[in-house]
Design a protein around this ligand. Structure first.
Ligand SMILES: Nc1nc2c(ncn2[C@@H]2O[C@H](COP(=O)(O)OP(=O)(O)OP(=O)(O)O)[C@@H](O)[C@H]2O)c(=O)[nH]1
Ligand SMILES: [Zn+2]
Length: 356
């Protein structure tokens, strides 16, 4: 990816304002384009203003909590010798619980401005799934645009739009044929220079198709680009960042799939603001809206004002997030305890050694 100005990578006032004038003059911001095991890939301008893609070791972060490790989309400050100084504060962050039984917090992506939640005008469309995505985005404080694909294969798309409009009147919804570049141009206003976008959606809804259409003639840029690192070695970089026709950046990482709710209570609350509002009229202030008497939420369901499905999903997502957050917190505590154990073991080993 060729760049001549950091703005093309998404650099803006939010990040710049974190730097003192001195830091601005003496350090170099690089954007993280990929993280693989012990290597961080990043892209920026060197001291001569030349575009550079670099691979750096994650070693300086080895003692940091998972939340403080670099992730795709992060801005990393380097010194003039291209050595890492520190990460800049994130505008937004998407995280998840890792797959498998181990409850480890994984960072998915940082500094996304707009999330395109992609779903199709067919049986794949699921309000439950959309509510989950909306809660995740709300928790990360990322703006959402719902993109309904495959309109060309659907006789009447209004039922899908209406189902979303009712609970979310101000949510931007775009109905498109993802294979048609002209149609996809309706998304241009979110894809201008300096903007970072990500796609979220199930397999087969048209994310890759949409990416290709948004890239226009630059479509081939989807393939990994080989660039030289600071030592002149060839590296494959920028695999997760794609430049769009409008100048924006699309951040595409495998981790966006199978997102689970972690630390997401506020996101769920704002996504289900109607239920939260009704809950204020429940007789018990800690009403769970299950079997309590004088529950305004259940009354709304009985009166046909609130879908039973929506209430069920609200309960399900809250339970899921409580379970995941709990286990992540437990896991953090275990890690901390293990860290203390290692430290103690090291200290006593030293003591024994000094006795020899
Ligand atoms: N007719 C039509 N076909 C579409 C549209 N969007 C996607 N498709 C087709 O649907 C199939 C799946 O699209 P992909 O772009 O591969 O879906 P994806 O979301 O990237 O899927 P994963 O890579 O599995 O996550 C492809 O054959 C596309 O050509 C659309 O709006 N209209
Ligand atoms: Zn209630």
């Amino acid at each position: 990816m060729q760049i001549t100005h950091l703005h093309e990578l998404g650099w803006n006032h939010f990040f710049q304002s974190q730097l003192t004038l001195e830091a601005l003059a003496t350090s170099l911001p690089f954007r993280v384009t990929g993280v693989q095991r012990n290597l961080i890939e990043c892209l920026g301008l060197d001291a001569q203003g030349q575009a550079q893609s670099l691979q750096l070791s994650t070693y300086p972060w080895r003692h940091e909590a998972p939340e403080n490790h670099p992730t795709v989309g992060d801005w990393l400050l380097l010194d003039r010798d291209l050595q890492p100084l520190h990460l800049l504060e994130r505008k937004t962050l998407i995280k998840r619980r890792s797959a498998g039984s181990e409850a480890v917090l994984q960072l998915i992506a940082a500094n996304i401005d707009t999330l395109f939640v992609v779903t199709s005008c067919n049986e794949e469309f699921s309000l439950n799934r959309l509510e989950r995505y909306l809660a995740l985005a709300a928790e990360a404080a990322i703006d959402v645009v719902v993109v309904l694909t495959k309109k060309d294969l659907c006789a009447d798309t209004s039922e899908y739009v209406d189902a979303l409009r009712k609970p979310y009147p101000s949510l931007p919804i775009e109905v498109i044929n993802a294979t048609d570049a002209q149609d996809v141009a309706t998304l241009a206003m979110w894809c201008s220079s300096g903007q970072t976008i990500a796609l979220l959606g199930s397999s087969g809804v048209g994310k890759s198709t949409l990416l290709n259409s948004l890239q226009g003639d630059d479509g081939q840029a989807t393939a990994p680009i080989r660039e030289k690192d600071s030592k002149g070695r060839h590296t494959t970089t920028s695999r997760s960042l794609h430049r769009l026709q409008g100048g924006g950046i699309l951040l595409d990482t495998p981790g966006m799939r199978e997102l689970q709710m972690v630390d997401c209570e506020e996101g769920i609350q704002s996504t289900f603001a109607d239920i939260e509002q009704l809950a204020r009229q429940c007789h018990f202030h800690d009403c769970q809206h299950l079997a309590e008497p004088e529950c305004a939420v259940r009354q709304a369901v009985e009166a046909g004002k609130l879908e039973q499905r929506r209430l069920d999903n609200y309960h399900k997502l809250l339970a899921e997030q409580a379970r995941n957050s709990g286990s992540v917190a437990e896991r953090r505590e275990q890690d901390r305890a293990l860290g203390r154990f290692y430290k103690q073991a090291k200290a006593s080993a030293k003591r024994f050694k000094s006795r020899d």
